[in-house]
Structure formats: C-alpha cells, structure tokens
Design a protein around this ligand. Structure first.
Ligand code: GDP
Ligand code: MN
Length: 338
C-alpha cells in the first residue's frame, strides 16, 4: 500500500514538472492584490491575464487582501482560475484607520477643501486608508510574512505580452530591489508638504541616504525641490525586505507621524518612489521594458521591436505612455545615462 502511494506521488510530481517550473526554480515570491468584494470581475480579469501571459508556466501563489472579509463566492470564483495557491486575508483594523494622533477636524477640513477643488479622490477617507496601507503596512500582513518578493497587481489591469523570463528571479539574480513599468508626475495638491517632510527626515537621518542614489530622478536641483516624478505603484515588483528594513521603517514612521496621509493625500506611489530613489543605489531600481501593462488610461508597451515580437504583445507600441508628455520615463532614461 505504501509503495503504491509513493508511486502515485512520484508520477504526480513528474507530470507537474513537465508543464511547469519545479519549486526550486522559483523565487520566494507572491502576487499581492488589494481588492473589494465588488472588484470581483476585475480581479478575475487581472488574474486570467497574469496566468495566460506568465504564471500558468511558473505557479507563483497569490495573496488577496481586503479591508472586509472576502465572500465565499469571491473566493470560489478566484480560486478556480489557477492551480497556484490563493490565500485570502483581511487587513487588521489598525492598518486601515486614522492613527489616534490625527486631528479629525483638521483632516475632515482638508478632505472637504480637496473635494471642492476637485482633486482626484480628494474627499475620500477610504482612499487615504488605502494609500497609507500600501505605503506602510501591506508587507507586515501575516499572509506576506513567508515571502520576500512581491508583484503588486490591481483589479482590471492588463498584461499585453508573454513574460518568458521570471521577473522575480531576474530581480534576485541582478541584485535589484524595486521594479517598475510606468513613471508619472504626482498631483501637486496631494503632496503640498511631502518634500519638506522628506527633507527634514534626511537631515535627521543622513546615514540612510544611499551612495549613488537616484535623487537625480526625483529632483532637478539636488534635492531642493521634488519634481513630482514617481513610479506608478499599481504595478510593483519589489523586495519586501527593503520596506521591512531600518531606513524605510524609520522613514514611514516619520511620515506617518506628520499626518500627511490624512491632512493631505499622500499616495503610496510617491512615498515608495522617494524612498527607493534615496535609500537605494540607482542600479537597484529596474525598469521592466518587456512587461506590457495597462492600468486605467495609461499603459506601457515594449518599444524595441525584438522585445515586442518575442512577447507576442497585443499592444500598439505607438500608444505606449513612455513617450507621453506626462510620463517621467524620458527623465528616467536621461538620469540613467547621466
Ligand atoms: P487608483 O489606482 O489610484 O485609481 O486607485 P484604485 O481605486 O484602483 O485603488 C488602488 C487599489 O486599492 C486597488 O487594488 C483597489 O482594489 C484597492 N482599493 C481601493 N479602495 C479600496 C477599499 O476601500 N477596500 C479594498 N479592499 N480595496 C480597495
Ligand atoms: Mn487602480
């Protein structure tokens, strides 16, 4: 009986190896997606695209997080899409709420003002919780503790090209820490005092500034002002050990103590991007040319023909946001060449 059992195990193993990577070839990595129960269709669409273009050949797990419990129907309809493990988690209340040092009257006033001046999500308290969670808490969630690398995914995103090379392994093998596909300018009204706060932090903790950092990407005057360039964080492939480490931990705590996630509307994107640009060496930040990706109105399509062909991409290169006047990608290219 025992022998038969082992035989069965063995053949199952052989079958799964012939159609996918063995777990030895995989990085210690997971997808992570924050979603509401109402995002079900968009969640399905994003996971289908990822499976088709990449993960059905690799088998990385998924962690889905929500500020409310996922419904059984949500879990059932998502789990059926992949042979990978899918874990569903709820965000602890204190990772999704205003800290007690926030003056609610001041915060409510700020929301009202921003709503009146028609700043995107300006009046939303929930959006601010989401930004603060993505900036400082997702990597502390218990479901993410086993992992080092993550790929952030959102509902309703598209992946345009076959991804042949494992981006996690690429990051690992090339000592990269933060990977992006799209870079844009932040809305000024949401970050009025962010740079001043960053500057104060650097003065207090100069030891965290990396040698050969990417300050030149985010500032045109050696750190005096912020040019508002940031990596669009709805897509991120990065090393959670960076967020968990001393520099970012001190940085996030300092920003959070100043209240700008609520008194303004600091996004997780500029917060992550400024940290990556200051506390990493520039060569630890990677632009993924080969990952064709769409989020809302903006997408990246691989520009070099050989990359586009190899990926059998379904996007038009001419529509790539990289060449748009509101893209920070040209600045990134100039900076990297400098
Ligand atoms: P945008 O990309 O800045 O326009 O913001 P989104 O509305 O796409 O939100 C960013 C991410 O947070 C997405 O993955 C959303 O599904 C998720 N998200 C936003 N608000 C909430 C919320 O209230 N609850 C949950 N569970 N997820 C949210
Ligand atoms: Mn989004």
């Amino acid at each position: 009986e025992e022998l038969l059992g082992e035989d069965l195990n063995l053949s199952a193993e052989t079958t799964s190896q012939s159609s996918s990577k063995s777990s030895n070839d995989l990085a210690n990595a997971t997808f992570v997606m924050l979603a509401r129960n109402s995002d079900l269709e968009g969640t399905i669409s994003s996971i289908r695209a990822l499976e088709d273009r990449f993960n059905s050949r690799f088998g990385y797990p998924y962690v889905l997080l929500n500020d409310e419990p996922f419904t059984d129907e949500f879990k059932r309809r998502v789990s059926v899409l992949t042979r990978s493990e899918v874990k569903f988690g709820t965000v602890p209340k204190d990772h999704w709420s205003q800290p007690d040092w926030i003056d609610e009257e001041k915060a409510a006033n700020a929301r009202k003002q921003m709503e009146l001046s028609q700043v995107k999500y300006g009046g939303s308290l929930n959006y601010r919780h989401m930004c603060r969670f993505n900036a400082g808490f997702f990597y502390r969630h218990e479901l993410l503790q086993p992992y080092r690398w993550y790929w952030r995914v959102e509902p309703n995103v598209k992946f345009y090209c076959d991804i042949h090379r494992d981006p996690f392994r690429f990051m690992e093998e090339n000592n990269k820490v933060y990977g992006f596909t799209i870079a844009v300018y932040e809305i000024s009204a949401t970050i009025r005092t962010l740079w001043r706060t960053v500057t104060d932090f650097i003065k207090a903790y100069p030891e965290y500034l990396a040698h050969d950092n990417a300050m030149g990407f985010i500032s045109d005057d050696d750190g005096k002002t912020y040019n508002r360039c940031h990596f669009w964080s709805n897509f991120e492939i990065a090393d959670m050990d960076f967020w968990r480490g001393p520099a970012y931990t001190a940085f996030f705590e300092y920003l959070d103590s100043q209240g700008g996630f609520y008194y303004e509307r600091w996004g997780d994107a500029p917060v992550h991007s400024i940290a990556a640009s200051l506390f990493l060496r520039r060569d630890q930040i990677h632009f993924f040319e080969e990952i064709g990706y769409q989020h809302d109105d903006w997408g990246h399509c691989p520009i070099p023909d050989d990359v586009w062909e190899k990926g059998r991409c379904s996007c038009a290169q001419g529509n790539s946001f990289d060449m748009d006047v509101s893209s920070c990608k040209p600045r990134w290219d100039r900076f990297i060449r400098s």
